[in-house]
Design a protein. Structure first.
Length: 617
């Protein structure tokens, strides 16, 4: 390690930002003298689209049928890509670029194949298998699904992508009609986990036996083993960690020589996982809700934030995208492309550095166009209200007289047994209790940088350019997170103003070295996604900035962030963890729900199995 290593990396990153990193070496075109089959392979492996139509036409003229170009040099080239990817010598951004070359070549050949078919009934291209993919009902996130689809197509699988927010019955109807070999489900938000369980149950009820692939940010091998696999006994549910594993999993499931052994191995592994999961949860001691409340966090009155500069809401219609770019956290951007490492060190990584630099250069070039040509529109609404805690709830008031309640924010409390001196925290603990007489406040926000994204990504897809479509989606997501970061900074220094002299760097912001927090409903500090409905109502987010909630409380457009602002000096991020039945019953009463409804929305956080409990009773 060099003493000046960090400084050198930051200089390198800034060079990319400024465009210096995009300067290309003089192109070596000696490969253009090679035979056309080798030229197509080279273009596929290196993701070069410049000559794809010229070379594809030359290849077409050299064979009897246009289909032979696909089944010959194009698939040969993609086999090389697949081998390199499987061996860890090629990475996801390169594979998606290779897919772009393949799709554009196939698109060029399609009119010739259609003409041949019309003339003499030519044969269809044969695929290794047919896979249906969908983001489940209520969920709008599909970057991971799109990447997996591209990788599978690269390996000669036919992919039917139903898109986002797909109801269970549509998934099953299309699967039957198309006679698919595999169904793949994706989702990001926690309610999607329950949707996946529902799809598995319906597949079992309707007699399906095709493999069911499970993937997405909130999914896991344990959840698949405990919740999904037992409900689909006829077939096999398999958790897929990422795109690099997808081809191997599908191949094992469809190959007659491996599928039975592979399914038996997965089934045995999942039984062990489910048993271990049950034992692990039993081993963690939890306390009754009443005792957890006795151990609530006690705030110091001196840490209460002052009154915000305004009460009510304020809208930002056309926020300057250029102001958000410096706030981007690039590490998750690389993670979304399955490149592991922290920015900026990843740019010099021995293994993925070259790919990371190329991806970063492409991202900077597209980001410049997004800003300069206004591809996306950034909108935000923030608000502040008088607030006080009442038990585990936060009551917001219409004005500073605090006589007329406006809304109630419901929070959940940690129930894990704590060591001496550690509190069982709920978000309500960060707000002064109503009995204290202290005038406290809570803020809220919703931001989006996704307006205009869908039209642009659809145009890229229509041009057979999945790489640019996925790149745009991943940048829109990063800009949304940057927008949330930037607005929170302005709230602390100006709109709420409890830290007017903050002066933190972007690295400090990413490391959360600021006062106050902005927890989001549906995430660790408040796992209930339905609380977004109250927040959106307070902010009038749908009418004011065009942000809507799906039936599972995902936000649309998907490049969006929403949450609450807490300003107390002791407020900190935390996770509620798993909760017991006594808190579920109490929460249901406070929300006006049945216990069953509470169990449905809080399913990922329950420390018990409602079905098993009901059977025991």
């Amino acid at each position: 390690r060099r003493e000046d290593g960090t400084e050198r990396l930051l200089v390198l990153a800034e060079a990319f930002r400024g465009g210096a990193g995009r300067e290309k070496k003089e192109a070596d075109l000696t490969w253009r003298t090679w035979p056309v089959e080798k030229r197509l392979e080279h273009a596929l492996v290196n993701g070069i689209t410049e000559f794809v139509e010229t070379d594809t036409e030359e290849a077409r003229l050299s064979v009897a049928r246009p289909l032979h170009v696909i089944e010959g040099p194009l698939m040969a080239g993609m086999n090389v890509v697949g081998d390199l990817f499987g061996a860890g010598k090629m990475f996801l951004p390169q594979v998606v670029k290779s897919a772009r070359v393949m799709k554009q070549a196939v698109a060029y050949l399609m009119p010739f194949m259609e003409a041949e078919k019309a003339a003499n009934g030519g044969t269809e291209r044969s695929a290794a298998g047919k896979i249906l993919m969908a983001t489940v009902k209520g969920d709008v996130h599909d970057i991971g699904k799109n990447i997996v689809g591209v990788v599978l197509q690269c390996n000669n699988y036919e992919v039917i992508d139903l898109g986002v927010m797909v109801p269970t019955q549509r998934i099953l109807d299309v699967a039957k009609k198309e006679n698919v070999d595999v169904i793949g489900l994706s989702g990001l938000i926690t309610p999607s986990l329950d949707e996946m369980v529902g799809v598995a149950q319906e597949m079992e009820r309707e007699g399906f036996d095709v493999p069911l692939l499970i993937g997405g940010a909130t999914t896991s091998r344990v959840h698949t083993a405990v919740k999904i696999a037992p409900r689909y006994a006829r077939g096999q549910a398999v958790y897929v960690t990422d795109a690099s594993r997808a081809v191997g999993v599908v191949s094992n499931l469809l190959n007659p020589d491996t599928r039975d052994t592979y399914k038996a191995e997965v089934r045995a592994e999942y039984v062990k996982l489910a048993d271990a999961h049950a034992r692990a949860d039993e081993a963690k001691q939890r306390v009754p809700l009443a005792k957890a409340r006795e151990n609530a966090l006690k705030l110091e009155a001196a840490g209460v934030a002052p009154k915000p500069s305004f009460l009510g809401t304020r809208v930002f219609e056309q926020y300057d995208l250029a102001d958000l770019v410096p706030c981007i956290d690039w590490t998750p951007f690389f993670q979304s492309w399955e490149l592991t490492g922290r920015y900026p060190a990843i740019l010099e990584d021995d293994v993925v550095g070259e790919t990371a630099r190329s991806l970063f250069a492409d991202a900077q070039a597209m980001l410049a166009r997004i800003v300069e040509e206004k591809w996306l529109t950034a909108r935000a609404v923030i608000g502040f209200w008088p607030a006080n805690a009442v038990g585990d709830d936060i009551v917001l008031f219409r004005d500073d007289t605090r006589k007329t309640p406006l809304a109630t924010l419901h929070t959940l409390r940690q129930q894990l047994a704590r060591r001496e001196g550690r509190a069982n925290i709920a978000l309500a603990d960060f707000v002064a209790p109503v009995a204290s007489g202290i005038a406290d406040y809570v803020g809220g926000f919703a931001v989006t940088t996704g307006i205009g994204e869908e039209e642009r990504t659809n145009a890229f897809k229509a041009a057979h350019d999945d790489y640019s479509a996925i790149l745009l989606k991943s940048l829109a997501d990063r800009l949304a997170e940057a927008f949330a970061e930037r607005m929170h900074q302005r709230v602390r220094t100006d709109y709420w103003g409890y830290a007017p002299d903050e002066g933190l760097s972007n690295e400090d912001l990413i490391a959360e070295r600021y006062r106050g927090i902005r927890p989001a409903p549906g995430y660790p500090a408040q796992p209930d996604h339905t609380e977004k409905a109250t927040l959106f109502s307070l902010l009038d987010a749908t009418d004011r900035i065009g942000l809507v909630l799906t039936e599972s409380f995902a936000m649309w457009p998907g490049a969006a962030v929403s949450g609450l602002y807490f300003g107390h000096a002791q407020s900190a991020y935390f996770g509620v963890g798993r909760i017991e039945r006594d808190q579920v019953e109490d929460y249901a009463r406070r929300k006006g729900w049945s216990v069953e409804e509470a169990e449905r929305w809080l399913a990922p956080t329950l420390n018990y199995d409602p079905a098993r409990r009901a059977a025991a009773e």
